[in-house]
Design a protein around this ligand. Structure first.
Ligand code: CO
Length: 285
């Protein structure tokens, strides 16, 4: 009797551990955005997150903001708590996720990406019970010149109905980081589209002056301003399309152009969301 019970217990334990082994994979996606403190601009981020959730209904999709300034501002002003990347990963580890796929929403692999990468590498180096089986990091939207071709095709479709007397001026963020070169690559790709797209950045090159010089060589009366950022946030609403004298809108008006604004972040474009979901899928394969 005792022997039978003992054998049964051994079998139960054996099969329980086998079942446990197959169930022990818990996959999660962590989406990393720079963040925004402009509520209306959150659409750019939430659309990408929502499309990712729809594409992977069985996988938990979480969001982190990489900007310390934005996270602290949201906490202070609205009591909203967004986790930082190390905090989000530590929490996922504690909740038993074994495989985590970190996909950035950043445009270029600049400083924010480098910092995110160092966090992912740190988690990869952890051994023992606080480790993941796998942590993978995806690429930003523009990681190489062929990405610029994909993005310029999306913009071409987006502005396909633009009359021939109008040009599109795009505002990227810009960075002192070497990855800023991607904006030059992006302009090259855009220039293949009959020269109606001009890309400048707020903080680096190409500058607004570069944009204006190129614009003057193009026959056009009206300029459509559009952010080349995931969200149409503070930079789009103030530096690009704001009424202050040094905004791009004011400076273009002063140069004699009629100005329209398209305050839609890249993350709100369905085609950009599709590209983003494709990146997440490739990362998980
Ligand atoms: Co900025």
């Amino acid at each position: 009797m005792f022997k039978n019970c003992f054998l049964t217990a051994v079998f139960v334990l054996f099969f329980a551990s086998q079942a446990g082994a197959t169930e022990s994979v818990k996959r999660g996606v962590l989406l990393a955005a720079f963040g925004t403190s402009v509520t209306e601009a959150e659409r750019g981020i939430s659309n990408l997150a929502e499309e990712t959730r729809l594409a992977f209904p069985d996988v938990e999709v979480r969001l982190t903001y990489t900007s310390n300034i934005i996270r602290r501002k949201l906490k202070r002003e609205r009591g909203v708590d967004f986790p930082s990347p190390p905090e989000a990963l530590a929490r996922m580890n504690d909740e038993g996720f074994t495989h985590v796929y970190v996909q950035p929403m950043h445009v270029i692999p600049g400083e924010e990406y480098d910092d995110l990468k160092s966090v992912v590498e740190a988690f990869t180096s952890i051994k023992g019970k606080y480790s993941f089986e796998r942590v993978a990091l995806g690429q930003p939207f523009l990681s190489n010149p062929s990405d610029c071709g994909l993005m310029s095709a999306i913009l071409a479709r987006r502005f396909a109905d633009l009359p021939s007397d109008k040009a599109v001026v795009l505002m990227g963020h810009g960075s002192p980081h070497e990855a800023n070169a991607m904006y030059g690559e992006m302009q090259k790709a855009l220039s293949r589209l009959k020269g109606r797209f001009f890309l400048g950045t707020v903080e680096a090159s190409p500058t607004f002056e570069d944009v204006l010089a190129s614009l003057k060589k193009t026959p056009c009366e009206t300029v459509v301003l559009s952010p080349f950022m995931v969200v149409a946030g503070d930079h789009a609403r103030n530096d690009l399309a704001g009424d202050e004298p040094d905004s791009w809108r004011s400076r273009l008006k002063k140069s004699g152009y009629k100005v329209e604004a398209n305050l839609v972040g890249l993350g709100e474009y369905p085609e950009v969301a599709a590209l983003f979901v494709k990146r997440v899928r490739e990362l998980m394969e």
